[in-house]
Write a protein that binds this ligand. Structure first.
Ligand code: NAD
Length: 261
């Protein structure tokens, strides 16, 4: 199995894309650390099901990705508990849709903290161990919004463009240390994050739910289909494998052709 004996942290993995990535890593033999918010019993059940289904260790960290100290402590704790952090997936993210002049300042700060700064803190904490072991994989979940913009998503688009830059910078710094750093840029993936922004988009653009799905979300995707979280997870597994050792600093789109236009 390509990821056997690797230890992986996937931030924001109690739901959506992160959960699919954690399960896909476990299927390929990696021990996984889940992270994110949610119902304690449901998270525990997920952890138990990963261990039962794939025979790997599965832990949970409640670290809040808006809090630098908790992020750095999470990496340290996992290194102590599992011996290493070999794969780090910076995936936690939130969204808010509003015109720029009405965009709440605290929401701007929170999106920048979770969607961008959290990756900086986790990378900074994980890099010394990866360098010492001369092996590491850092995968950042960016977005088609790391390459193109949409109106009313000022903080999200700024954070995602930022994470694309952080990815390239870290890739160059770590290029001779056996550590690759890449980002995955999905188009619209059907997850709770997308579901939650439908009401705000309906309000800000005065549209029905169907109009938002067909004329706003899927309008951008030439295939007219949502990406699935399992498709994103399959790409993450490849980037974490030894076969991807010479891929670094890349930004992989998986967006049904959105950014080709
Ligand atoms: P989701 O809402 O299903 O999952 C988000 C995860 O992040 C959850 O586990 C949540 O608990 C966690 N999270 C949120 N705030 C957190 C915090 N402060 N600390 C720790 N965890 C926190 O969303 P998703 O669609 O799976 O999104 C995952 C990533 O994929 C995000 O970075 C998002 O920007 C990106 N993305 C999503 C899409 C899409 O269409 N769904 C497209 C492109 C990129």
């Amino acid at each position: 199995m390509p990821l056997e004996k690797r230890n992986a942290i996937v931030t924001g993995s109690t739901s959506g894309i992160g959960l699919s990535i954690a399960r896909a890593f476990a299927k390929e033999g990696a021990n996984v650390v889940l992270n994110g918010f949610g119902d304690t019993a449901a998270i525990d059940a997920e952890r138990a099901s990963i261990t039962k289904d794939f025979g790997v260790k599965a832990f949970y960290s409640s670290a809040d990705m808006s809090k630098p100290d908790e992020i750095r402590a999470m990496v340290k704790e996992v290194e102590e508990k599992l011996g290493s952090v070999d794969i780090l997936v910076n995936n936690a993210g939130i969204q808010h849709v509003a015109p720029i002049e009405e965009f709440p300042i605290e929401t701007w700060n929170l999106i920048i903290a979770i969607n961008l700064s959290a990756a900086f803190h986790a990378i900074a904490a994980a890099v010394p161990g990866m360098k010492a072991r001369k092996w590491g994989r850092i995968i950042n979940t960016a977005s088609a919004h790391s390459l193109v913009a949409s109106p009313f998503k000022a903080a999200y688009v700024s954070a995602k463009h930022g994470i694309a830059g952080l990815t390239k910078t870290a890739a160059l710094e770590l290029a001779t240390h056996g550590v690759t750093v890449n980002c995955i840029s999905p188009g619209y993936v059907w997850t709770p994050l997308v579901e939650k922004q439908i009401p705000d988009t309906m309000a800000s653009r005065n549209l029905t739910r169907e109009q938002v799905i067909n004329d706003v979300l899927l309008k951008a995707q030439p295939t007219k289909q949502f990406v699935t979280s399992d498709q994103v997870a399959a790409l993450a597994v490849f980037l974490a494998s030894d076969a991807a050792a010479q891929i670094t600093g890349a930004n992989y789109t998986i967006d049904g052709g959105w950014t080709a236009e």
